[in-house]
Design a protein around this ligand. Sequence first.
Ligand code: P6P
Length: 353
Amino acid sequence: MQNYSTSKHAEQFVASIGIPMDRFITQRQREFPYAKGELSQLLRDLGLAGKVVTLSIAHSGISGLEGLIGGTNVQGEEQQKLDVVANIRFIRALTKGQQVCAVISEESDELIDTNNWHGRYVVAIDPLDGSSNIDVNVSIGTIFSIYRRKTPVGTRPTLEDALQAGTEQVAAGYIMYGASTLLVYTTGYGVNGFTYNHTLGEFILSHPNITIPEDGEIYSINEGYADDFNDGVRNYVRYCHEKRFRGRYIGSLVADFHRNMIKGGIFIYPSTRQDPNGKLRLLYECNPMAFIIEQAGGIASNGIKRILDIQPRGLHQREPLVLGSTNMVNQFMDCIHQNYAPETNSEVEFIDF
Ligand code: P6P
C-alpha cells in the first residue's frame, strides 16, 4: 500500500471545498486504473446508509429508538435499539449495492455472506460505535474498512477474505453523527472530509486533505482505569499532567479520534483488568482508524507493532491501541519501552500496556 498522504501526489489532488462527494470520487477515479467504478459505488453505498442512519439518530428521541433493545451482541455488550437499526441499514445498503461479497460486523458473530459472490470487496464495519452515548446526544459514529477479496470472484467468500492485515485495506473511513454529519475517508491518497447537506441530500467536501499536527496538547485515555495501567502508561499519563496537557475523553472513539486528528493529540486504549487485550476491535476499529491516521501523517501502534502490520487471528480480535500525533505517540512509546525489557519478551505480539 503506497502512502501518499505526505507526498506531492496527494497535494496535486486537493480539490476545492464545496464539491459533492460523488463528483470528488469521479474526479479521482483516475487514481484507480484497475477499478471499474466498483469502489466508487461502494463508497456511495456507505454514504447512502449514513444519510438514512443520520435521520434515525436525529429522530431517535421522538420515535422511541433511544435506549436498549434488551439483548447483547456477540461481544456481550448491551445493544442499543439504534445499534440494530444501523447494522440492518448498512448491511442492506452494501448487499443491494452488489459490490461486496462479505461483511464483518461488530453486531454479527459470523462472517456475513451477502450472496453477491461476484462482488470484489469485503467490508468490516462497526455500524454505530459509541452508541451508549446516543441518549445523551454525544457524537457517535460508523467506522468502516474496505478490502479486496482474496478468494476467486464468483465463489463463496471465506475467512481468508476477512482476516487480512490492515496494510491490505483499499479504503477506510468513518461517519460521525454530531453537530453535523461528517463522512471522512481515505483510499491511500490522503484524508478528506465531507459534511452532509440535508437540503441537497449530498455530502459536500468541507475538509480537504486533512493532516494531523505532529505535536499536540490533548491526551485521551479513560483515567478511571488508572489502577490497571502498567508503569509505562502510568508514566506517560504523569508526563501529560506535568506538561499540563488537556485531558479530553468522550468515550466515543470516532469523536475522540476526529478531534485529536484535527487539533493534534493522542488517543490511548490500553489493556485493562476487564479487557487484557484492549477493548477495541482490530478489524473494524483499530485498522480503519490506523489507516486514516497514517494517511493524515500520524502513527498507530498496539505498543510494540504498527497496527496495520498485525495479522488478524479472529473476526472480533481486540488490540491495545495508541494513535495520534507523531511526537506524542513517540513520547508514549519511550515511556512504555523504558519499562519493558525486549530481550526477555521478544516473542510477544504486543506489550501488555
Ligand atoms: P470505555 C464505545 O463503546 C467504545 O467502543 C469506543 O467508542 C470508545 O472509545 C470506548 O469504547 C470507550 O470505552 O471503557 O472507556 O467506556
